[in-house]
Design a protein around this ligand. Structure first.
Ligand code: GDP
Length: 136
């Protein structure tokens, strides 16, 4: 399997409840290595830029407001098949549809405040990693 990198964000609902260590333990237990990590308070411009692909969606304004409502932790995860593996560890976007044992099933508050972001393809991962970690 190919070694990949993916962009992860621990979202404000999770940092507010001090879940960062518990969430990171889910990644490392499944073989993903945290190769870069930084706590940040996103500006509106950064959140709008990051979620630009969703700007026509009805929830865009609410999503941006949520993402700047508190600190986040942005991180790069690395491992075999990291993009798909992280999506599996995260679970479905809507926690009511997420599989048992996934981060979103166990921790998410709602379809919006769903604790984590993970890149959805290797192409997206490259763009998203460059967005937050241009030095990598
Ligand atoms: P993801 O790849 O699983 O994160 O899902 P998407 O790319 O479809 O959506 C991006 C983010 O927008 C999600 O993680 C949620 O935080 C939020 N989101 C998605 N769908 C909805 C929705 O129907 N309503 C609201 N309020 N937020 C949503």
């Amino acid at each position: 399997m190919a070694k990949e990198r993916t962009l992860s964000i621990i979202k404000p609902d999770a940092t507010r409840r001090k879940l960062t260590d518990k969430i990171n333990a889910r990644f490392t237990a499944r073989g993903l290595k945290i190769v870069a990590q930084k706590p940040m308070q996103l500006s509106r411009t950064q959140a709008e830029g990051f979620y630009d692909v969703h700007k026509e969606r009805p929830f865009f304004g609410s999503l941006v407001a949520f993402m700047i409502s508190g600190p986040v932790v942005v991180q790069v995860l690395e491992g075999d098949n990291a993009v798909a593996l992280n999506r599996e560890i995260m679970g479905a976007t809507d926690p009511s549809k997420a599989a048992p044992g996934t981060i979103r099933k166990d921790f998410a508050e709602s379809i919006e405040a769903n604790s984590v972001h993970g890149s959805d393809s290797t192409e997206t991962a490259k763009r998203e990693i460059a967005f937050f970690f241009p030095e990598l």
